[in-house]
Design a protein around this ligand. Structure first.
Ligand SMILES: C[S@@+](CC[C@H](N)C(=O)[O-])C[C@H]1O[C@@H](n2cnc3c(N)ncnc32)[C@H](O)[C@@H]1O
Length: 290
């Protein structure tokens, strides 16, 4: 596997995913009772955007991605509350590392987004397959209560961790999706999750490329799921030359109020993160609420 999230950290796809992840966490925290946050493909949790911008001799055409992601929002004014919340959290993360300047420097991955807002009654579990990335997580979270890091196959995490003792969980499935076969692995994992813990909230990120619009995946999911499922998508361009034009997030059992917040957030994300006039956003119930 060649995937290194550091190259992509803070790009538009991370912004989209982390804004919605934060909204999911906030929505679950409207209830006092704690929950398990399970991150099946956690990454290292911390990204230095200076490193992400460093030139790679073998890829002279590669440009850093964060300037068209978090870079567009860092100093932005007049954002809707969900985006203010997210930018505020990214700034808080940077301050923890002693840097908060005019440019973003350190960017939090999904484990830190969850950790920064988690309450004493919430529990965190991070799975990551690459030993070097998992080692960073272990170092950062070694002394944190109610937090576990596992180095291994995140799809197995659903079997290992569900159902949770708390009877409440948010599961983020955020794989690199470098090959199409991975959609089958996600479906199998979701089936396992549904069997073990049908009332959990499951969020699945996927890219939108010329070859894979995500439509076949959504159709398979619609077929397989009985639980209410909402889907949101952001496209930053319609240019066929751009490999990843956008991305989507599917949320099974979305918490109350989550779907209703999507339209203004998605509209502003499409405006602020657009590469060209082809940028759009949309959302829909894949399986409607009963
Ligand atoms: C898109 S990145 C995760 C980013 C992270 N969720 C975030 O939002 O900051 C995908 C990660 O999955 C890891 N990975 C790939 N296959 C895996 C597997 N089967 N189980 C667990 N982790 C895996 C990769 O090493 C990579 O760090």
């Amino acid at each position: 596997m060649n995937y290194r999230h550091a190259f992509h950290a803070g790009n538009y796809a991370d912004v989209f995913k982390h804004v919605l992840l934060l909204q999911l966490l906030r929505a679950l925290q409207r209830k006092e009772k704690g929950f398990l946050y399970l991150d099946t493909h956690a990454g290292s949790g911390t990204y230095d955007l200076l490193v992400a911008s460093a030139p790679v001799p073998s890829r002279v055409d590669r440009r850093p991605e964060w300037p068209d992601g978090i870079g567009r929002l860092w100093q932005a004014m007049g954002l809707p509350p969900a985006l203010e919340d997210y930018v505020g959290l990214v700034r808080e993360f940077a301050r923890h590392r002693g840097v908060a300047g005019e440019q973003p420097r350190f960017y939090p991955g999904s484990p830190w987004i969850a950790a920064l807002v988690s309450r004493p009654q919430d529990r965190l579990m991070f799975w990551e397959q690459q030993p070097a990335e998992a080692a960073v997580l272990r170092d950062d979270f070694a002394r944190r209560r109610r937090t576990a890091v596992e180095c291994g196959d995140g799809y197995g995490a659903l079997r290992a961790a569900l159902p949770p003792a708390e009877r409440r969980a948010l599961v983020l499935i955020d794989p690199p999706l470098e090959d199409q076969g991975e959609f089958d692995a996600i479906l199998a994992a979701l089936r396992e999750g549904m069997r073990r813990f049908p009332s959990g909230v499951y969020a699945v990120w996927h890219p939108v490329t010329e070859r894979a619009s995500g439509e076949a995946f959504r159709a398979a999911l619609r077929e397989a799921m009985r639980q209410p499922t909402v889907w949101a998508e952001l496209a930053v361009t319609a240019d066929p030359q751009v490999r990843m034009k956008g991305c989507g997030l599917l949320v099974i059992n979305p918490p109350w109020g989550f779907a209703e917040q999507l339209p203004p957030v998605l509209t502003v994300l499409a405006e602020r993160l657009a590469i060209d006039a082809g940028a759009t956003s949309r959302w829909a119930w894949l399986v409607p609420e009963h």
